[in-house]
Design a protein around this ligand. Structure first.
Ligand code: AMP
Length: 193
């Protein structure tokens, strides 16, 4: 079983790369952002509950997101492995994820840290704003999402560094080149096992 966390600031290409990884390695792609956007689209009570946070670029409370992740993990009991995209985003979430996986005797194998310069992040998110239809792809919200990443999510790098799981990936290259580097990192992980 292979469990991968894809980690990086908003706009670093986590979603695009996750889809490619999920397809190649036959993993279940769990994107908490996609899950919440779907709930908002369907106008469920969860969707209404999280809308305000998302539209301001703030994080949804840990307990809300952890419950959703728990439900998803239970749904895919026999999965060959997962790629976690956009989760965890806080230390509390990371600790909880470790505990949830431990119960099933599994763990995170590798954390891919996608590194992209801040200027490039803003450029990409502003560029996709026209097509993405995302209510949080607006300049002030984009800046807030980057600040929140730096304050609340970036410290997770140390959490996973202490577990020896971080692999840095240069996210400034083309989609194909970044994917090639990710495949190499996964290959290197598998060969040293
Ligand atoms: P994303 O598509 O991963 O960029 O997520 C979009 C938005 O969904 C974020 O800006 C948060 O408001 C919310 N969100 C997604 N995942 C999480 C998470 N793990 N913890 C808290 N909020 C989240």
């Amino acid at each position: 079983m292979l469990n991968v966390v894809i980690f990086g600031p908003p706009g670093s290409g986590k979603g695009t790369q996750s889809e490619k990884i999920a397809e190649k390695y036959r993993l279940i792609h769990l994107s908490t952002g996609d899950l919440l956007r779907e709930e908002m689209k369907k106008d469920t009570s969860l969707g209404r509950q999280v809308k305000n946070y998302i539209e301001k670029g703030e994080l949804v409370p840990d307990e809300v997101i952890i419950e959703q992740l728990y439900l998803k993990l239970s749904e895919y009991k026999d999965a060959p492995g997962f790629i976690f995209d956009g989760f965890p985003r806080t230390i509390v979430q990371a600790e909880k994820l470790d505990k949830m996986l431990e119960k099933n005797n599994i763990h995170i194998n590798i954390v891919l840290n996608i590194e992209v310069d801040e200027e490039e992040l803003v450029r990409r998110m502003m560029g996709r704003a026209q097509d993405s239809n995302r209510s949080d792809d607006k300049e002030d919200v984009i800046n807030n999402r980057i600040d929140i990443y730096k304050e609340q999510t970036f410290p997770l790098i140390n959490y996973y560094k202490n577990q020896g799981k971080i692999v840095n990936i240069d996210g400034m290259a083309s989609v194909d080149k970044v994917f090639e580097n990710i495949c190499y990192a996964l290959y290197a992980y598998n060969s040293q096992k």
